[in-house]
Design a protein around this ligand. Sequence first.
Ligand code: ZN
Length: 299
Amino acid sequence: MQNKAETAIGVDVGGTRIRVARISADCRMLDRVIEPVRQDRAGFVAQLLRLINDLRDNACAVGIGIPGRVHGHSKNILSAGYLDIGDLDLAHEVSQGTGLPVRVENDATMALIAEGRSRPDCSAGLVFMVTIGTGIGGAALLDGAPWYGGGLAGQFGHIVVSADGEACKCGRRGCVETFSSGTALGRLIAEAGLPADLRAEALLARAEAGERHAQSLLADWAAPLQRALQSLVSVADPKLILVGGGLGREMTAALAGIPDESHWFRVPVDAARLGDTAGVIGAGLAALDLPDKREARVP
Ligand SMILES: [Zn+2]
């Protein structure tokens, strides 16, 4: 049972930054802090405990979204991108250090939990999400609840779109993450001879103003994702695919500008509404769903 006085700490661990916030049961973000994330194991755990304890107030649980492979059923962290926390029992460490129950999930799952609670079209049926950031994350929601398949479903960044593409950290070549992530956009901008500090937002503004070069660069960035999403539709036919993460708005606009390769696989794309804050909000909401959360001290 949730009541409105309940709050939980949400943590969104990104490739470069960590966000921590106290989240209310009605989806509001109360206190929050953002810092560069420590990438070494001991430093990361110490940073996490410090930030949670600084913000905890009357929070009754902690949710942590990790940018990597988290087994949906066991909650084991199998890998976490640039962070050296694979195989770390993070829930145990944080629970020991805070006295609070802890829920760990993949970061895209946390973002989709938040989006799912904030829009009625996600409460029934199959909904997917892709998050466009340093890499590409993915998650699935079935009838309003996270769906993990055998435990690791939703790794949509690793749909292969070109057999002779760049090597990917998963061991294969040509995964869509190597073409359509924020990292890939940075590479396209550099290859086009544009300023390295050109932001995706500014690039989109140039494209919307009719600048051909910017339009074709964004199309090159988005077309592999379009191909991957069509493959997803061919497999599972979701009712909706949300595009979120730090570059979700730019990617949604870029996808709208490219023609379908096939009319068989219409991709029901929509921009995530909570933007880059979805991950931290969803982490707090996921924690509030824990059955063993501590009783909130209602004033
Ligand atoms: Zn891959």
